[in-house]
Design a binder for this molecule. Sequence first.
Ligand code: NOJ
Length: 712
Amino acid sequence: MSPIDALLQIMTLEEKLGQLNMATGDHAVTGPGLADDLTEGVRAGRIGSILNLWGAEKIAALQKIAVKESRLGIPLLVGFDVLHGQRTIFPIPLGEAAAFDSSLWERTARAAAVEAAQDGIALTFAPMLDIARDPRWGRIAESAGEDPYVASRFAEAKVQGFQAASLADAGSVAATAKHFCAYGAAFAGLDYGPVDMSERLLHEVYLPPFAAAIGAGCAAIMPSYNELCGVPMTIHAPLLQGFLRERHGFDGVIVSDYRAIPELLEHGVAADLAEAAALALVAGVDIDMVGKAYLESLPVALARGLVTIEAIDAAVRRVLRLKDRLGLFEDPGRRGSVRTEAVAEVEARKALAREAARRSIVLLTNDNVIPLASDLRRIALVGPLADAPAEMRGPWYAAGDPAGPIGIREGLAAALPGCEIACARGVGISDGDTSGIAAALEACAGADLVVLALGEAAAMSGEAACRADPGLPGRQEDLARAVLDLGKPVVALISSGRPLTIPLIVERASAVVATWFLGAEAGHAIAEVLTGRFAPVGRLPVTWPRHVGQVPIFYAARPSGRPADSDNQYSSKYLDMPTEPQFWFGHGLSYTRFTLSSPRAGATVIRPGESIPVMVDVTNAGPRAGEETVFLFARDVVASVARPVRELVGFSRIALSPGETGTVTFSLDAASLCCLGPDLEPRLEPGDFVLFVGQSADPARLLAIPLRAIAG
Ligand code: NOJ
């Protein structure tokens, strides 16, 4: 008998339910509800895991109680939301996705895991893998954007980074793929709202990143708050059992979202807590986060015959197995005990935060005003984000110190010692007070150029931070208009957790830069890009709308029988604005100019199981060194079901000196050309395909390569 089965044999029902019960500490507030009396609960074996607690000493003390003072001495599992760094804060995931760099995604997760583990944490509730196509939804900030291929690569990189070679390592934390699933497709972008979508869309777009996370060995999965076609994900047996466990062989732990089990009563699918607990357990949820439904109501459910002790045992076994895989039985203090503040390590993490931040920045427009001329004498730095270092952390800043990040002002001042920087806030981020605009205009007088630092507060994106109007909040547009009316060159920096609808700024500013929330090194990274010490490489992982009326908006739409045609009234278009977005998925400028030529494939036909090389030459036709990201899209021209006009099947980067030409090579698997048949099983349908290579999803700039699929 395995040690875990032996343990199960001597556990009381209460001790078993304790292992399924996750309580909350009070080091972070991530939902309603009060922190529990952890000490007593742990001692009594009623708490098997804890969230929202960090710090090696604190956790070691509780771990000691669990191991030495509880009857069975089972160690605790401590989890925390480490979305983009624990102490060293990296760019928000949406920003980091813009780097299109799997190695970077993995390295930042690794660094975050090391810091989290040093803080005693063994489980993180990340990565967030929800496809996000609606910028009203605040949690778009936590996502890798709109595309399932990108989110799948992001999933793999993050899981590998968090978990490293072995979960048992002192510097590893178990990853939780969340939120399973379709959470980002809530009606009208409203957090926690219901979702209704076709099975096809679910399987083509929303599920693949979770399959990728499982493939990478992800240890845990969190069902989402939303209901899907009437069934809350917390009790969605066909997806939790059927898709995750049976189809993809997921044998890790399923942890509910915060109080999601008692909230089943609000959903109207359970009459009382016992029913709610039973439905969740039977669907496959192992851990009840903060709901206390398992602890208090599974005994009732058991007595009513709604659950079996075997189902409870199976959940307990999975939880104990995760603790075992994490090395907690062997050495419960392994994580907190290796804390080191070695200068070299801290500096290396800072350098990584800078690298991630600079690579996340997306240059949206540029009328040759940046990089800044080296002889600038005076700059005005104006706007509510100009000197707001704490905001640079963005949402979900874990244990990041609010005083830690470098703000824009500090970064620019350090990079431009010979230049006078006149700084003025002008307006607040979201209030209605315009009385500071006059002072801001005064700061601009005598300046050679204005840097306008606009955007959102960190708390305006993330969980429960939806915006019906994702434009510039407060009176920032008034400030922008007044500054733009001065007629000086204006570089607009947009700090945000989502694409903001800013047509005025795009139209009138000399340059617009998406700076997201870049984390600890934000100001330095922004200064590196503005001064040209680093040429921007970021590309949009999400389509940037002109107006909220265009959302949801994404590049991989299915074709209409009446595509937009300005000469045809009866075509798919708006009367009051273009159908095209402000910026396409993949858009992002550099300080040089790249051209693509000679697109070609290594074969004219492809069979199931094969993979062929696809190449394109890239020339740096501009004056400076730079890096280009090249995207490979595919379209199935005629299929049994209409296919999207373009689907991403690869991305790659190349660094080139001025005048240099290089070749980007993709390896295209036949599997990535598959579409789901009527049974939702993937199949390669024989016939014509077109591959497209390009610098973004902009159809006007794609180069086509014909390809034919033939039966095997
Ligand atoms: C609720 C959020 O939806 C989830 O992402 C998070 O992991 C939990 N709270 C715990 O903080």
